[in-house]
Design a protein around this ligand. Structure first.
Ligand code: ACO
Ligand code: ZN
Length: 226
């Protein structure tokens, strides 16, 4: 019995021996035709979405040795808006959002981090808000719940019911998988704090993250405590 199980596991590992594409970052198995097909489908569209050709007018809000941050505003030229949307779609896709659901699209500011290879490796969407609900530690009760129950009660459980003052809501933050843990998200947020409101620098408390993912929570906790 045990030998049979072992055989199956080995076969599985052979077939699904996965590799990460070092230009699009997708994890896939090169010897699985379906996987290969999915990768080919994804690869070029992704590369096109994040490549940056340069613009006639760029609103550079920060510069670093390894890249720069551009700010795109709702009234900017079409080419800038389109690129911001392309990158946002890539981010949404990875975050599992079905469609773009900005609460006030006309007010949103998009920050793009462009690296030295002219690739957009970071995207942050910031919106004006008045108040936010602090995320609380999650209780342990979720263990024996169905997924639907969990989703339904999730928000109620993990957010405080007392609104707190906040000025800037981060509705998306995304960094290209191959460029993570290089302080790109940190630098984008620092830049938001110093440029979001003209003439004043926002504190970490005046910034709120909407519906953070597990990655987002780990990052936000670290960012807000340091
Ligand atoms: N696990 C544990 N700690 C983390 C993680 C992680 N996945 N990501 C960041 N941190 C902490 C670390 O302490 C890190 O410092 P260190 O690298 O010196 O240890 C610190 O945060 C700063 O991290 P950055 O390098 O600035 O973050 P990065 O550029 O990698 O971007 C991000 C973080 C945006 C969450 C990225 O992982 C990502 O794009 N993930 C997928 C999309 C996503 O989930 N986005 C958040 C959605 S929530 C929202 O949009 C409101
Ligand atoms: Zn690829």
């Amino acid at each position: 019995k045990q030998d049979d199980d072992q055989l199956i596991i080995d076969a599985g590992q052979k077939q699904f021996g996965a590799t990460t594409c070092n230009s699009c970052g997708m994890l896939y198995s090169a010897d699985n035709p379906e996987d290969n097909f999915q990768h080919t489908q994804f690869h070029q569209r992704f590369i096109d979405s994040i490549k940056f050709v340069g613009w006639k007018k760029e609103r550079v809000v920060a510069e670093f040795w390894d890249g720069k941050i551009l700010l795109v505003m709702p009234d900017d030229p079409k080419y800038a808006i389109r690129k911001a949307e392309d990158v946002r779609r890539v981010a949404d896709n990875e975050l599992g959002f079905q469609q773009m659901t900005l609460s006030r699209p006309t007010q949103a500011k998009t920050y793009l981090f462009i690296n030295m290879e002219r690739v957009v490796v970071g995207c942050l969407v910031a919106e004006h808000i008045r108040q936010a609900y602090r995320v609380l530690e999650q209780p342990d009760r979720q263990k024996d719940m169905t997924k639907e129950d969990f989703m339904e009660h999730h928000r109620a459980w993990c957010c405080s019911t007392v609104p707190e003052q906040a000025l800037c809501g981060i509705s998306r933050i995304w960094v290209f998988s191959l460029a993570r843990r290089q302080n790109i998200a940190t630098r984008m947020l620092d830049t938001v704090r110093s440029t979001f409101m003209y003439g004043s620098c926002l504190t970490k408390e005046e910034i709120a993250f909407s519906d953070p993912t597990p990655d987002g929570k780990l990052f936000a906790t670290k960012y807000c405590n340091t």
